[in-house]
Design a protein around this ligand. Structure first.
Ligand SMILES: C[S@@+](CC[C@H](N)C(=O)[O-])C[C@H]1O[C@@H](n2cnc3c(N)ncnc32)[C@H](O)[C@@H]1O
Length: 250
């Protein structure tokens, strides 16, 4: 993304509840698939964003969460929220790059990545994150995935531009198997997990920015592309979705 559009992107996304699809019930459902965890597991959240899923996860675990993201304002926001909820001894957010994680290998009982593994790529992410897990540790990620074939052309064209490596669920399950991880379970997030805390608040921002930049065709085009993503989800959410993949290191 061009730096001036990236600036608009981050401005427009400031203080949105989430930066991708997700909801408490799905986070809980995925976490409940993890068995035989220590009483106080050490969890690494990668690409935590503003950290809604971290604040959800902390309610259902007695463990500690280290959360990393490369965007400092998200880190600051999560740390402020952790302090205001008296959770600073159990949540520690810090700046970090998922391509160059600065932790010792075999450090974590669980690695969590909601809506962020696509940045490094699903296959490469599984390979890159796995060494930081203890033996029998768990990796839980959400990844946008095709749910059925014979997809409409406008939908395929959009996602071919936006995220060309997007795979079908079957292909991702094969990638998991090839990565030497054991699949514990997988499920599709409900539609409201996209809408309630992500697309609906984002759509309101898009409308505000459309009015603010009504004389700037380049920004209007960028905003239209953002709106198109939401419109295509509304129209075609049976063709693609965000899928939770829960895996174990063996
Ligand atoms: C789609 S958002 C998801 C955020 C959050 N997990 C959620 O579900 O709301 C992806 C996040 O990855 C972060 N990110 C991008 N590149 C990164 C990198 N190289 N290392 C760590 N985080 C990165 C972004 O700043 C953003 O917060």
């Amino acid at each position: 993304m061009e730096p001036h559009l990236e600036k608009i992107f981050f401005e427009m996304h400031t203080d949105l509840p989430r930066e991708g699809p997700g909801d408490f019930e799905s986070t809980k459902k995925a976490y409940q698939l993890l068995k035989d965890l220590p009483k106080q597991p050490l969890i690494l959240d990668i690409g935590c964003g503003p950290g809604k899923q971290v604040l959800d996860l902390i309610k259902i675990t007695d463990g500690k969460i280290i959360a990393v993201d490369n965007h400092q304002p998200y880190i600051d926001r999560l740390n402020v929220n952790a302090v205001s909820q008296g959770l600073q001894h159990r949540i520690q957010a810090q700046k970090g790059d998922m391509f160059k994680l600065q932790f010792a290998e075999h450090s974590f009982d669980v690695i969590w990545a909601e809506g962020s593994i696509y940045i490094i790529g699903f296959e490469r992410g599984l390979q890159t994150f796995q060494p930081f897990l203890k033996k029998r540790g768990y990796l839980a990620v959400t990844e946008i995935s095709w749910l059925k074939p014979n997809r409409p052309t406008d939908l395929t064209e959009f996602w071919d531009k936006e995220y060309p490596p997007m795979q079908s669920v079957e292909n991702n399950l094969q990638i998991i198997q090839n990565s030497g991880l054991k699949l514990i379970g997988h499920f599709v997030l409900p539609e409201h997990a996209w809408m309630d805390d992500y697309y609906i608040p984002l759509e309101k921002r898009i409308d505000l920015y459309k009015a603010k930049f009504r004389d700037n065709p380049e920004i209007l085009e960028f905003l239209a592309f953002n709106q198109l993503e939401i419109d295509l989800f509304r129209k075609y959410s049976d063709y693609f979705g965000s899928v939770f993949y829960v895996m174990q290191k063996i």
